[in-house]
Ligand binder design. Structure first.
Ligand SMILES: Cc1cc2nc3c(=O)[nH]c(=O)nc-3n(C[C@H](O)[C@H](O)[C@H](O)COP(=O)(O)OP(=O)(O)OC[C@H]3O[C@@H](n4cnc5c(N)ncnc54)[C@H](O)[C@@H]3O)c2cc1C
Ligand code: SF4
Length: 511
């Protein structure tokens, strides 16, 4: 009998046809899964995120056992320090040929597996490609090679051609345009029923995880209850069907909208399921495409949704692996301020920020525009240290893994990589938030003012940002108008705005 192998399955690898499982043999090999302190604690993950992952892992282990696999599962209560310890325990007293792992989504872990684990375990560790993405890392490298600029839009078009999604037989995009973003910027008018996500009752397994996480992490950020995430592939499929039926038709129109009355609008809330491996990204895109073909959803919605997954999601992964490890050290706008405490407490008079943090604390979720244009925009304008804001985003969202979170934070929000994810920074004044939301009416600050004591902080901070980065952005073709507007402003007014911003920057905790 050939010696058995250990197959380590990570928390975001909950996919039955994972390459490591496909190569393994249930009659001979053992699956190892573990809830370990190192992974739970290297950033203070939201408690709902931990419950989601541990509950989904336990359900997945049960599924593998039903399929005939032997699974060594180490629960949180076993107190294991790291993944190597789990492998060591499973190897004890057994003849093990090697450890098989589908490559992890984080550089830190991949390096440890390659460089440290073989020696530490005394076993060879073989990493296999993660094929759950639509663009392999090699294909992305080929696409990037020799290009002066790595623009998401061109990558996305290539991906449309490669997959055939929303393509006519003659190679033209369906509807004659690649991108319907210009149609997707409506403020929410309250005229459509907001469907909300489907809510799944926790079963006994999930209840047990809830109790254990509550016991081990009593003071961590994030509400545990109510817990309603899907934790199995079949529940995640239900969540997808719910989205396609109820929300997709309006996804495009209100993609950029925000409202006090609802934390989800017409967003899918599928990222946590796709990222953990409970849903397949291609099947999700194909299901959305069918909705268009069957007349169940308009093209601007379906194209917008597919672009997020086929375009942005694949693109940020490609950038992450292309640029790491140097990428994580980038900080081209020299941002070094401390992250204000209200990112954790939510105690700020800025209505839009308080709402985004509240939603984050309650659901381990905030939708893209809250992440980008509220908490992100504020961090950019305050010049928050890139590492601190990166760790916050990595910790607080149920869908957060470094490969997807880091490029979004460091690149898209903080413009710290010089512009891969957007040629100009997504800096905006309070006017943008006023246009896209109903927050400002109930805010202690005055959105129509930039220099008064009660003026919206976004306004003066925006102009301060523009002024302090003049050398970098003045010649940018899409920003020169902004500089002209600033220069045209009355000198006293400009000075008053900058003085207001200086005062805010001095005491950001008081916002
Ligand atoms: C600062 C910041 C941090 C972010 N961190 C994460 C993260 O850790 N994990 C994560 O999955 N997304 C992250 N995003 C991207 C995006 O905000 C989330 O994917 C989205 O909000 C998830 O909610 P949803 O499923 O309702 O998305 P929807 O609005 O319904 O979009 C559909 C799907 O498209 C994909 N998608 C959309 N935008 C992006 C994007 N910019 N990058 C990658 N995929 C995208 C997701 O899979 C998402 O489920 C971040 C964005 C910002 C600005
Ligand atoms: S006034 Fe400014 S701080 Fe207040 S909600 Fe509007 S944009 Fe946010």
């Amino acid at each position: 009998m050939p010696r058995s192998r250990l197959i380590l399955v990570l928390g975001d690898q909950l996919t039955p046809d994972l390459t490591s499982l496909a190569e393994g043999d249930p009659d001979r090999d053992r699956v190892v899964m573990a809830e370990v302190r190192e992974e739970a604690e290297y950033v203070p993950h939201h408690r709902k995120k931990m419950v989601f992952l541990f509950a989904a892992m336990r359900h997945f282990a049960a599924r593998l056992r039903r399929r005939g696999w032997t699974v060594d599962y180490y629960e949180l209560d076993r107190g294991l320090g790291d993944l190597c310890e789990a492998l060591r325990r499973s190897a004890e007293g057994r003849e093990i040929a090697e450890v098989l792992i589908t490559e992890p989504g984080e550089y830190r872990l991949r390096e440890a597996m390659k460089r440290r684990w073989p020696q530490s375990l005394g076993l060879s560790v073989r990493l296999l490609e993660d094929r759950r993405f639509l663009c392999s890392l090699d294909a992305f490298r080929d696409w990037a090679a020799g290009r002066k600029q790595l623009r998401m839009e061109f990558f996305y078009r290539d991906m449309r051609r490669r997959t055939g999604l929303l393509m006519e037989p003659d190679g033209e995009p369906v509807g004659g345009r690649w991108n319907f973003d210009a149609d997707n910027r409506k403020r929410f008018d309250g005229k459509h029923r907001l469907p909300g996500p489907p809510r799944f009752e926790p079963d006994a397994t999930t209840r047990q995880v809830l109790e254990q996480v509550a016991e081990h992490y009593p003071d961590r950020f994030g509400d545990l209850e109510p817990f309603w995430f899907a934790v199995t592939a079949s529940q995640a499929e239900e969540a997808l069907a719910h989205f396609l039926d109820q929300a997709l038709p309006h996804f495009g129109d209100y993609q950029d909208a925000m409202t006090e009355g609802d934390d989800f609008l017409f967003h899918s809330l599928l990222s946590l399921y796709i990222n953990a491996g409970l849903l397949d990204p291609l099947k999700v895109c194909e299901a959305a495409e069918r909705c268009y073909q069957q007349g169940r959803a308009p093209l601007n919605a379906v194209e917008g949704f597919i672009r997020q997954i086929l375009g942005w999601r694949e693109y940020v992964r490609g950038i992450y692996w292309l640029m790491m490890p140097d990428y994580k050290e980038e900080n081209r706008l020299d941002s070094h301020a401390d992250l204000p405490w209200f990112y954790w407490s939510g105690e700020t008079d800025m209505r839009c920020v308080a709402e985004a943090v509240r939603a984050t604390r309650e659901h381990a979720y905030a939708h893209h525009i809250q992440r980008l244009m509220v908490t992100g925009n504020l961090a950019l304008l305050l010049g928050v240290d890139v590492k601190q804001i990166h760790e916050w985003y990595l910790a607080v969202y149920a869908d957060a893994y470094e490969w997807v979170e880091l490029p979004n934070t460091l690149g898209m929000v903080m413009h710290a990589d010089g512009g891969y994810l957007g040629s100009k920074p997504y800096a905006a004044s309070g006017k943008y938030i006023q246009r896209m939301s109903d927050y400002c009416a109930g805010c202690a600050y005055k959105v129509s003012s930039a220099e008064e004591d009660n003026s919206c902080p976004f306004n003066s901070l925006y102009w301060h940002f523009i002024q302090r980065h003049r050398r970098r952005f003045e010649k940018h073709p899409r920003m020169s108008r902004v500089y002209k507007n600033w220069d045209r402003m009355d000198g006293d007014k400009r000075r008053a705005i900058l003085a207001r911003a200086d005062a805010l920057l001095e005491h950001p905790e008081d916002l």
